[in-house]
Design a protein around this ligand. Structure first.
Ligand SMILES: *Cc1c(COP(=O)(O)O)cnc(C)c1O
Length: 474
């Protein structure tokens, strides 16, 4: 044991303790690391957090209730949670150059709900209370309360359409946001695959939304947030950006100026576990106009804050402030470009023709495949991607016609542009060799020998770049 480094010692000891209660859980944890080490992961929303981030989560903050905000908790004895949250906020505001950060949200979706509630409270509730000269909602008469509730449920949101790369929480009917808001979408110009800002402006002028939401899960280009803010100002809308996917590129100063959401939006939400490489979680950034409303996130929208996860967020934000993180963010985009160019050169059709962020969207229709067939064929060949709708997708949101690939995870492992070209070759080989099964949008045929050969090549590509080389479980 004495020769082992700190990470290996820590994980071996932790697994021994867990195994003493339920061996199947210790085994599943061990197996998960082995599986992740073997997998060529191109899932654009996933990454590998550092051992320091992961280790910061397994501790006594999990036992503590801390509803409220720093120094103003509904529970006693929160002095250490206060420290953790304050350090996380200090790093988060410095990292993003944001006036205010709220680091309690448990996930990206929770961060969006906090932001929506804050905007509604600011734009719908506060002006009514002021006009009626009431301090809080409990002071309203039944009739005033009924009017406020009706007003809350009848506000308008303009968000990016799902098939152009928007997220379900940007006002879509199956999601709670689609019931909270009367939503209309903006999308991309079919000719370029890029956001049509003129059409967006026209829709905003006509629809006059309370809220315009920027950001995406599957759009391969930069977004000009300065233009979107101009449009929001013109129609009196609050402008929110959901940077869940590309927060790492903002932190790493790849997206600056017109493309920096923090500098251009009234309120910004994020996850912390995607390109930002932190723990599973969320955060909200805003100015002083909205911070009081955002602070009400817990317990008005969220359950009790997860002190152990805020501790891990603090570590991740601190890591992202180091110069190496900016290099990492640039490498993500260089790899994404190399992968997209490698695919393009081999004749694979890409939505918008390429990428300037961490992801690319392949249109697999020319191969005669659905996204689902392509995804499964690639998976059987050791390449992990996910299917995704393309703009105006003829196969709908379930089968789709696209494959989304992203480079944050493989860039963390250390793979570079040369490997990206080889991966493009493997993807092209598999898609070219796959044929759809007659009459099925899900079944396909692929020579198992070819799938095996590609799997081996994928493993060989990963071999020089071990995942978590500092962790040896024995
Ligand atoms: C991933 C994502 C979310 C949701 O994040 P969770 O942590 O899974 O809740 C929200 N918005 C966008 C744009 C995303 O890509």
């Amino acid at each position: 044991m004495s020769d082992l480094n700190a990470e290996s010692t820590a994980y071996r000891a932790a697994l021994d303790v867990v195994r003493g209660v339920e061996p199947r859980i210790a085994d599943a944890i061990t197996k998960e690391l082995a599986d992740q080490r073997e997998s060529l992961k191109l899932i654009a929303s996933e990454n590998y957090a550092s051992p320091a981030v992961l280790l910061a989560m397994g501790n006594w903050f999990s036992d503590k209730y801390a509803e409220g905000t720093i120094g103003r908790r509904f529970y006693a004895g929160c002095q250490n949670v206060d420290t953790v949250e304050a350090v996380a906020v200090e790093h988060a505001t410095a990292l993003f150059g944001a006036p205010y950060a709220y680091v309690q949200p448990h996930s990206g979706i929770d961060a969006n709900l906090v932001a929506y509630w804050a905007v509604l409270a600011d734009r719908v509730e506060a002006p009514r209370l002021k006009k009626l000269e009431k301090r809080q909602v409990n002071d309203l008469t039944d009739a005033e309360w009924a009017e406020l509730r009706a007003a809350f449920g009848n506000q308008r949101m303009l968000g990016m359409s799902l098939d152009a790369g928007g997220h379900l929480t940007h006002g879509f009917r199956p999601n709670i946001s689609g019931k909270m808001f009367d939503q209309r979408s903006y999308g991309v110009d079919p000719a370029t695959g890029q956001i049509d800002y003129a059409a967006l402006r026209e829709t905003a002028r006509e629809f006059r939304p309370l809220l315009i939401v920027g950001g995406y899960s599957a759009y391969p280009r930069k977004v000009n947030f300065r233009i979107m803010r101009e449009i929001a100002d013109e129609v009196g809308a609050t402008f929110m950006v959901d940077m869940a996917h590309f927060a790492g590129l903002v932190a790493g100063k790849v997206f600056t100026g017109d493309f920096d959401p923090i500098a251009n939006a009234h309120i910004v939400t994020t996850t912390t576990h995607k390109s930002l490489r932190g723990p599973r979680g969320g955060a909200v950034f805003c100015g002083p106009e909205l911070s009081d409303q955002v602070d009400r996130g817990c317990p008005m929208v969220l359950g009790g804050p997860l002190g152990h996860v805020m501790a891990a967020k603090a570590i991740a934000f601190a890591e992202a402030r180091r110069p190496e993180f900016a290099q990492y963010a640039q490498a993500i985009v260089a790899n994404s470009r190399a992968l997209a160019e490698g695919l393009s050169r081999r004749g694979v059709k890409l939505v918008s023709g390429g990428t300037d962020n961490h992801l690319a969207l392949l249109d697999v229709h020319p191969f005669g495949l659905t996204g689902r067939q392509a995804e499964q064929a690639l998976l059987s060949s050791g390449i992990v991607t996910n299917r995704n709708a393309v703009p105006s997708d003829p196969n709908g949101a379930w089968y789709t016609s696209g494959i989304r690939v992203g480079t944050p995870a493989l860039t963390t492992r250390g793979l570079g542009v040369a490997e990206m070209d080889q991966i493009a070759e493997l993807i092209h080989t598999v898609l070219g060799a796959t044929t759809p099964a007659a009459g099925s949008k899900a079944k396909y045929q692929l020579d198992p020998a070819l799938a095996d050969r590609v799997s081996k090549q994928a493993s060989e590509l990963l071999a020089p770049y071990p995942l978590y080389p500092e962790v040896d479980l024995g």
